[in-house]
Ligand binder design. Structure first.
Ligand SMILES: N[C@@H](CCC(=O)N[C@@H](CS)C(=O)NCC(=O)O)C(=O)O
Length: 193
């Protein structure tokens, strides 16, 4: 049994997309930051950091976007979200490390810094359709959710990040992304501007 604790539009959107991508049977449980539902004893028992995402696997909590994405990609290999070749697999992990350690924290560091980091991510992606190889991987889902947040909150001109915007549009057309955005927006976003 898989249960995803998510806050609409937060980092948990990435594993939410992945759950739809792999076609998993799961329960989605919304958490309201406004109501401090991430600070209840029950939630802190799942993640002492009080953060989403948490994926509960048969009663065992798994935290961190990258860890959950990796788990889902390995659990459902037929979905093709993780390359089988070892160097490409490592490149996916490298992208997710860069996204978690550098891109995500940049959002909380003013306006210029996230722009500079997005420019680095844009250059790293380059003209390729996907972060690694010829198909969508968990690194693309991770990258998409961060840029989705940046693009919709800071509204940079599209020409500032041409590669990220192409990637964003490619991801926005995926049925798993459409389903996730529909489900999360129906709950209602409570994110800071
Ligand atoms: N390193 C964590 C970061 C998760 C994170 O920052 N979650 C935010 C939402 S985007 C959160 O739950 N914030 C609530 C809080 O910290 O109080 C991951 O990759 O999963």
């Amino acid at each position: 049994m898989l249960t995803l604790y998510f806050a609409p539009g937060a980092s948990s959107m990435a594993p939410h997309i992945a759950l739809h991508e792999v076609g998993a049977d799961f329960e989605a449980r919304p958490i309201s930051f406004r109501k401090d539902e991430n600070r209840t004893p029950e939630f802190l028992a799942l993640n002492p950091l009080g953060q989403v995402p948490v994926l509960v696997i048969d009663g065992r909590p798994l935290t961190e976007v990258a860890g959950i994405l990796f788990y889902l990609a390995r659990l459902f290999p037929e979905a093709g979200l993780l390359p089988r070749e070892i160097e490409d697999e490592a490149r996916v992990v490298a992208w997710m490390s860069f996204i978690a350690a550098t891109v995500h924290p940049a959002r909380r560091q003013g306006l210029d810094h996230p722009r500079q980091i997005c420019a680095k991510a844009d250059a790293r992606l380059g003209p390729a359709d996907w972060t690694v190889g010829e198909t969508c991987s968990i690194a693309d889902i991770h990258l998409f959710r961060l840029f989705w947040r940046f693009f919709n909150s800071l509204k940079p001109p599209a020409e500032e990040f041409p590669n990220l915007v192409r990637h964003y549009e490619r991801m926005m057309a995926r049925p798993a992304v459409i389903r996730t955005i529909a489900a999360e927006s129906a709950v209602g976003y409570e994110l800071p501007a």
